[in-house]
Design a protein around this ligand. Structure first.
Ligand code: XUL
Ligand code: MN
Length: 344
């Protein structure tokens, strides 16, 4: 933990081999153990897990075997002074979920998705976290006519209810994203995630995770998406990163594309004491050209940028800001912020 009380996390997928849809891996795989030492070296506190990051091949294991492997993972975390932030069911890789999990047209696939998610809940229990993240990767369509969007929405609520009922302590944070891998995703924004949670049988246990790149892909401002969720006490985690316009999901280092956009995310998190609410997750990826031995700098850069922006935000004189707002002199306010960002 740092002097501001923020805790930082990332997932094992954030140290990766650099493969993209047009080319193979360009860096050797890093073992999970080696990744754990990177967490410590760079000042991170927690690991974000997909269910199979914690327990590989869990579909082939019995519930008792799953619990046993999850306990072994927890010991590994403890040995490294780390904790688990959340577990996320990975529902997008198996061939049977090619057309979605919770919203698949085939009832057997929907049942598989709920069953797999319950296994992820079991893993979370063993890893001592009740927070679960749902990135609804394939819950949408490539072809609008291929699914009934009204029914699909009800299927999502049924899935939420089944999992909330399965474990009275689990809390589900929905991570909205408007597209990729699907063309049209059903839960594209914070508003959609929050509305869905409100329709569940226990709205108090459904919140959201805001990812900066996803908000930008939806044409929205990440700081306002954060604020909207914070206003309802529903922002339970973040995936801060950056995104250069409406392209593929880039997961660029936080602040590396638009520093002012990053500043505003930090400002609103800090003004709302987010360090008391959740962790700062950094869902960032090294660009493909980065050599293997220097391929964790995106994590260092993102964490340091966050902390530097906390300093910038706190150093801005509140009184001056209030006077400028009262005078409606927003051009001078603009200049104050730009000067602060330029280190003036
Ligand atoms: C996908 C994405 C995922 C989730 C974790 O775009 O952001 O990494 O954050 O499942
Ligand atoms: Mn993410």
């Amino acid at each position: 933990m740092n002097k501001y009380g923020y805790r930082f996390s990332f997932g094992p997928w954030n140290i990766h081999e650099g493969a993209d849809p047009f080319g193979p891996p360009v860096r050797a795989s890093v073992t999970f153990e080696d990744k754990l030492s990177v967490y410590r070296e760079l000042g991170f506190d927690a690991v974000q897990f997909h269910d199979d990051d914690a327990v590989p091949e869990l579909d082939d294991l019995s519930p008792a075997e799953i619990r046993q492997e999850a306990r072994a993972m927890r010991r590994k975390l403890e040995e490294n002074g780390l904790v688990a932030e959340f577990v996320a069911p990975r529902l997008w890789e198996k061939p049977i979920t090619i057309d979605g999990g919770f919203t698949a047209n085939d009832p057997a696939v929907r049942a598989y998705a709920i069953d797999r998610t319950k296994k992820a809940v079991d893993i979370g229990r063993e890893l001592d976290t009740h927070l679960m993240v749902w990135w609804l990767a394939r819950e949408g369509t490539y072809m609008r006519e291929a699914k009934d969007a009204v029914k699909a929405t009800h299927h999502l609520i049924e899935a939420l209810n089944a999992v909330l009922e399965y474990d009275p302590e689990v809390r589900i944070a929905i991570e909205p994203k408007p597209n990729e891998p699907m063309d049209l995703a059903y839960i594209p924004t914070m508003g959609h995630g929050l509305a869905l949670g409100m329709q569940s049988k226990d709205p108090a246990r459904v919140g959201v995770l805001m990812e900066s790149a996803h908000a930008v892909l939806a044409g929205l401002d990440p700081a306002d998406e954060i604020s909207f969720a914070l206003a309802f006490g529903k922002l339970w985690s973040v995936h801060l990163n950056d995104q250069n316009g409406l392209k593929f999901d880039q997961d660029r280092s936080f602040g590396s594309v638009d520093l002012r956009r990053a500043f505003n995310q930090v400002r609103v998190l800090d003004e709302n004491r987010f360090w008391e609410i959740g962790m700062i997750g950094l869902d960032v990826k090294a660009i493909r050209t980065q050599l293997a031995d220097v391929s964790t700098k995106h994590l260092r850069n993102s964490l340091d940028t966050f902390l530097r922006l906390v300093e910038v935000s706190r150093a801005i004189d509140r009184q001056t800001v209030e006077e400028l707002i009262a005078a409606r002199d927003y051009e001078e306010l603009d200049w104050l912020i730009l000067q602060s960002l330029m280190g003036a």
